[in-house]
Design a protein around this ligand. Structure first.
Ligand code: SF4
Ligand code: SF4
Ligand code: SF4
Length: 811
């Protein structure tokens, strides 16, 4: 259209439609220029990804050698063969990895999109304020998009960006598109970064809209465990990740004084988010704030995902509301079998149920309470919340009258089932944690219930054993029968999700973290697919918090580690403070709150080191990789979301350790310490290249056992920037964990020694002797100094980087 010049008065115009696009907000909001990569597209950060993959080689463990993705297939991809489309095995594995990461990324981003629309509908466009102690308030949005959101609506363009990129990335997986595995992995890293961004948007929206804690290290302790659900009341279970409907159920209970008639227990991340509602700095809507202040503390955490089927068999619910993500799709089968009405509240999970969104509440409740249908879809969160509460209260007495509604088997049934076992051991072969179920059932038949009790927490509730049992023994029901008392008494305390890390906390720990005197940040995440039970969550957390690491956790791991106490009966949340500091443990929040752990790393780079974060992703990731001792662990990880979370951490320079079953993710990023050229790092002072110790050695590592996992986590906290005392502390923990669990020093400890003052004090003398006698290092015994031998000398002003543009003066 031609531009018309001159001035026009609005009153002169008729039938004119004026479209105003996005108003670019004032530049002066920033005290830093726009960085090089605002809203990066697929290829923008490819150089950074290649840097990661040049050092951390892509290792594939294919689950299948065939491809059946198009009608040319099935194609055999073994050896050097290629599919009809030309793709080879490596690229095919990269393609599958990308698809998995995209699944995870879209789950989080779509969750954010739903919350964005719902919260704007419910609350209007609220100001985005994180409180006085969080000024770097959306670190991933700033670092990736280069914008500072001021209201909820400002997150709209960020979600648009994620959605566009996801669409572009998914297109790359079509036949005849990308054909190189490294490029597939670069795309997966891009999707991992988008995942972190989608998570941040999701959590920030709900923090503001529902006034959740904003970095509160003293967030309330809330009740956790199946035994906290009061059987004298109706029990409404809200299951999934999106609190919209669940929060409305809580508001309905509050508005109508129904808490003495109903308990609301959450499962999976909805549980965590329920318990964060209205515990923040105060909601801008005064009436809402006054009405619902601290309502979150009234909700209970029924448990994590791995406990779902145990809860069903343990008679822990009268009504179920499901929302989205990680909801076992046979929930409706169990609901129908045990007469537990189910309400699906989100378009992502509708389970073939009738959509009753537009029907009157009482009609829906009447149909559910009289079991005319096993469940309904109600997509209006307010209506769903009311239906959930009313149904739970009305159906409870009806369920009590029906034998089929009681999932507990009788003593006679228990005996009959146990005695019908033929010890074929089919169950044992499919059991992910390898429980010898046949032996357990045999013991039960002989009257010994102890094995059913001692393996109860190890069972991940997958129900695979029941599906293969030729005798159709309901093994989970045997477990429930034998553990009735445990179920009733499973009562613990968990700290409600505190939300982001405060700037003030970063100021306090920035220097010790970069110098290594706080040995590292440990991010413990994961789901319910534990190789050896939920206790390992507690053991990992306890090991590292005791050692002075900063321990952070989210989601199901936070819930599962709450189920154990020390000798004084205190859970980990009662044993240690909740700040972002050494010897502290933070429950950051639900899965989407994982983004704040990324955010903490970004804030160390910006607040402590003064790096510009604005649209400057690779620079920040380079800083974190080189200087911030941090390691994630996804123990019990099962989902595609766990894959995208770990991949997002990796692109930001944070290594991760995953559990043994994670070989199913098909891909690891492993360092090769034998390849000297892989470990050359640039000294930003003059551009010289320095051969460094492998710190961190791997980017994504599959551990075989929890002991190996802990040893690797300690090792992956080494960074080239450690000062001598920091390196000494890290080496002490690395060697001590090895001695504790393996009874010997780790074989590679010498490669982390640059100077005698790096050596742990308690082994210094012996280590110097070993370095001299076994490795041929020259030692000056008078000064107890190392004269030659280390990979490099320690240099306090060494400024490691992997990015050429960070070189200040070229030699
Ligand atoms: S996508 Fe390629 S490898 Fe897969 S089935 Fe089709 S032609 Fe074969
Ligand atoms: S339900 Fe439990 S016992 Fe059965 S296969 Fe799964 S983990 Fe094993
Ligand atoms: S599959 Fe069934 S019959 Fe066979 S050992 Fe397991 S419980 Fe017993």
């Amino acid at each position: 259209m031609d531009k018309m010049e001159g001035s026009f008065a609005v009153e002169d115009m008729q039938n004119v439609q004026i479209n105003i696009g996005a108003v670019v907000k004032e530049v002066e909001e920033w005290d830093q220029p726009m960085g090089p990569f605002p809203y990066p597209s697929i290829a923008t950060l490819r150089d950074w990804d290649f840097k990661i993959m040049n050092r951390y080689k892509v290792f594939y463990s294919p689950i299948c050698d065939r491809c059946t993705l198009c009608t040319y297939g099935p194609c055999d991809l073994t050896g050097n063969k290629r599919g009809a489309c030309g793709i080879d095995q490596a690229a095919q594995q990269g393609r599958i990895v990308l698809i998995a990461v995209l699944m995870g990324c879209t789950a989080h981003a779509a969750h954010g999109r739903h919350l964005y629309h719902w919260c704007l509908d419910k609350f209007g466009d609220l100001p985005f304020k994180m409180g006085d102690e969080i000024l770097v308030d959306a670190p991933l949005v700033r670092t990736i998009a280069g914008i500072k959101p001021k209201t909820l609506k400002d997150f709209g363009p960020v979600l648009n960006y994620v959605e566009e990129q996801v669409s572009q990335l998914l297109a790359c997986t079509h036949t005849g598109q990308e054909g190189n595995y490294v490029d597939f992995e670069s795309k997966a890293l891009h999707a991992g970064m988008l995942d972190s961004l989608g998570k941040e948007v999701s959590d920030l929206i709900q923090i503001v809209a529902y006034d959740m804690p904003r970095g509160d290290e003293d967030a309330p302790l809330v009740e956790c465990g199946m035994g906290t659900l009061d059987k004298n009341k109706a029990i409404l279970i809200t299951y999934g990740h999106n609190l919209a409907g669940s929060a409305e159920a809580m508001f309905y209970a509050e508005d109508n004084n129904l808490w003495d008639k109903v308990d609301i227990g959450g499962v999976c991340c909805t549980a965590i988010d329920n318990t964060r509602i209205c515990e923040g700095i105060g909601h801008p809507d005064k009436e809402f704030n006054d009405k619902y202040r601290m309502v979150g503390t009234k909700a209970k955490i029924a448990g994590a995902i791995g406990w779902w089927r145990k809860m069903v068999r343990g008679d822990c619910m009268d009504c179920i509301m499901v929302d989205e993500q990680c909801v076992w799709t046979d929930a409706i089968v169990d609901a129908e079998k045990y007469k537990i009405p189910l309400i699906a509240t989100n378009e992502k999970i509708m389970l073939g149920l009738p959509d009753r969104t537009n029907d009157p509440v009482d009609e829906i409740v009447d149909d559910l309470v009289n079991f005319r249908m096993p469940g309904v879809v109600v997509l209006d969160p307010v209506k769903a919340g009311e239906v959930g509460i009313k149904t739970a209260i009305a159906v409870k007495p009806k369920r009590a009258e029906i034998r089929e509604a009681d999932p507990f088997i009788s003593e006679e049934e228990f005996k009959k089932y146990a005695e019908s076992c033929t010890y074929c051991h089919s169950c044992q072969f499919v059991c992910p944690p390898h429980i010898k179920i046949g032996d357990v059932v045999r013991a039960a038949a002989e009257g010994n219930l102890e094995p059913l009790s001692s393996t109860y927490e190890i069972c991940v509730g997958c129900r695979r054993c029941e599906q293969v049992c030729p005798q159709e023994i309901p093994i989970l029901s045997l477990y429930a029968y034998a553990n009735r008392d445990y179920i009733r008494n499973q009562k613990f305390k968990m700290r409600a999700g505190r939300g982001p890390i405060k700037d003030t906390e970063i100021r306090r720990v920035g220097a010790p973290l970069v110098l290594g005197t706080i040995p590292g940040v440990i991010a413990i995440i994961g789901c319910g697919n534990y190789p050896n039970g939920t206790k390992e969550c507690y053991d990992i957390a306890r090991e590292f918090v005791d050692r002075g690491f900063i321990v952070t956790t989210t989601g199901c791991m936070a819930m599962d580690m709450s189920l154990y106490t020390d000798a004084e009966g205190k859970t980990i949340w009662e044993q240690f403070p909740g700040g972002f500091d050494g010897r502290n443990i933070c429950n950051i929040g639900s899965c989407v709150a994982n983004a704040h752990i990324h955010g903490a790393g970004i804030k160390v780079a910006t607040i402590f080191a003064g790096r510009n974060e604005r649209a400057n992703y690779d620079d920040i990731a380079d800083y974190i990789l080189s200087k911030v001792g941090a390691c994630g662990v996804a123990w019990g990880a099962y989902s595609q979301k766990a894959a995208s979370i770990a991949t997002g951490f990796n692109r930001l320079g944070v290594p991760a350790v995953v559990q043994p079953h994670s070989v199913m993710y098909r891909r690891a990023f492993l360092g090769r310490t034998d390849k000297k050229e892989d470990w050359e790092i640039i000294d930003a002072r003059d551009g010289s290249r320095v051969y460094c110790e492998p710190a961190p050695e791997h980017m994504l590592y599959v551990a075989e056992s929890v002991e190996e996992c802990m040893l690797m986590m300690a090792k992956l906290c080494f960074r080239p920037s450690d000062n001598n005392s920091g390196r000494m502390i890290k080496l002490t923990h690395y060697c001590d964990i090895s001695m504790k669990y393996f009874g010997c020093m780790p074989p590679d400890w010498p490669i982390y020694v640059r100077h005698a003052s790096d050596l742990p004090l308690k082994w210094k003398e012996d280590m110097l002797k070993e370095l001299e006698s076994k490795y041929g290092w020259e030692i000056d015994w008078k000064r107890k100094a190392i004269l030659s031998g280390p990979i490099r000398k320690s240099d306090v002003s060494f400024d490691p980087t992997n990015i050429e543009r960070k070189i200040r003066v070229k030699k």
